[in-house]
Ligand binder design. Structure first.
Ligand SMILES: Cc1ncc(C[n+]2csc(CCOP(=O)(O)OP(=O)(O)O)c2C)c(N)n1
Ligand code: SF4
Ligand SMILES: [Mg+2]
Length: 329
């Protein structure tokens, strides 16, 4: 074998990643927490797409779900409550060559971070956003979130939540420049994986609302839907996701939904029961903000270096030239 062939084989070997190459630490989530299923699907995706760990970033806010970057052996930023999206946008703006994922909770995204969420949809940067929606503040021990169902008793709503829940899908589908909206549930891992994969491959901001179980604070919340597959509406389409025949036998309630149909997507999103699962909307024609601003140009190493030098030089205390050097005594 020639040296060139050996080098080529070595590179192929080095550039092949296994699941362990993306796994970091032991997740501290509760047993049965839906975040575990989301993590498993994402690690599988990274392995299957052979994502280079040093070119991949996970950004989160604060919450149980926002611990996500700790469990990925990639770059990560466990950020500030509600600010996952602007941090991710900053990263993508400076380094459009990186693959950037965002993990955010229903409190993080739809409460304190709601303004960032709306503007991120409009900016349509090439990010994969996973909303871990357990309909409760998990980390801080059971306060109502905007997506908590009406009547839910929690530590902040002891008489039951007064308002109808905010619907993340209808909100997202109403924003200018929306380009990808999907819904998944943590208890159908095959579809969860397919949806995250489709979102990752979409160019533009892909928003996935993942209905996520929190057995600690809302133990039976989704049990009626888990026990009755008829209460899940699978969106099956060649332009969306196609479900396996095995799964189709269990989840018989299906709709052939063309994800380019925005009006139908909005109607589907408004029907809460059965829970729609699949890709509601996809439009690859919407321009990404980072391309409009950077015109696809990566900043050169030299440019980055000179920018950093300029920043550091701001704090330099220069010797007073008028004093000059005193001759040694
Ligand atoms: C500025 C600020 N306000 C409030 C908090 C307290 N806090 C931490 S996590 C959290 C809510 C988390 O809920 P969610 O985003 O739904 O995540 P989950 O824990 O359910 O995954 C709150 C209110 C904080 N850390 N920072
Ligand atoms: S409190 Fe709920 S959301 Fe947090 S780790 Fe436990 S089950 Fe998951
Ligand atoms: Mg939550």
């Amino acid at each position: 074998m020639t040296i060139a062939a050996m080098e080529c084989m070595l590179r192929m070997y080095e550039e092949h990643y296994d699941l362990e190459d993306y796994q970091s630490g032991v997740p501290r989530w509760c047993t049965g927490c839906g975040d575990n299923a989301i993590l498993a699907a994402v690690q599988r995706l990274c392995r299957d797409e052979n994502l280079r760990p040093e070119k991949t970033v996970f950004v989160s806010g604060i919450g149980c779900s926002s611990r996500f970057p700790h469990y990925m052996k990639t770059y990560g930023f466990h950020g500030i409550h509600g600010r996952a999206l602007p941090v991710a946008e900053g990263i993508k703006m400076a380094r459009p060559d990186l693959t950037v994922f965002v993990n955010t909770g229903d409190g993080d995204c739809c409460s304190i971070g709601a303004a960032h969420w709306i503007h991120a949809i409009r900016y349509n940067m090439n990010l994969t956003v996973m909303l871990h929606d357990n309909q409760i503040y998990g980390l801080t021990k059971m306060q109502a979130s905007p997506t908590s169902p009406k009547g839910l008793k929690s530590n902040t709503t002891p008489r039951g939540a007064y308002l109808d829940a905010l619907q993340p899908l209808t909100v997202t589908l109403g924003v200018q420049n929306v380009s990808f909206v999907a819904q998944a549930v943590d208890w159908i891992p095959e579809v969860l994986y397919d949806i995250i994969m489709a979102a990752y491959r979409h160019k533009g901001l892909s928003f996935i609302r993942i209905i996520q179980r929190c057995p600690e604070w809302l133990p039976d919340r989704f049990e009626p839907w888990i026990q009755d597959p008829q209460r899940v509406l699978l969106l099956n389409h060649e332009l969306g996701i196609t479900v396996s025949p095995k799964l189709a036998k269990v989840y018989k309630n299906q709709e052939q939904h063309d994800p380019s149909n925005l009006n139908r997507a909005r109607e589907i999103a408004s029907d809460l029961d059965p829970i729609p699962v699949g890709i509601l909307y996809r439009n690859s024609e919407i321009p990404c903000y980072e391309e409009l601003r950077n015109a696809g140009q990566l900043r050169s190493t030299k440019l980055i270096q000179s920018g950093l030098d300029a920043e550091f030089d701001k704090f330099t205390v220069w010797p007073n030239e008028t004093v000059g050097l005193q001759p040694a005594a």
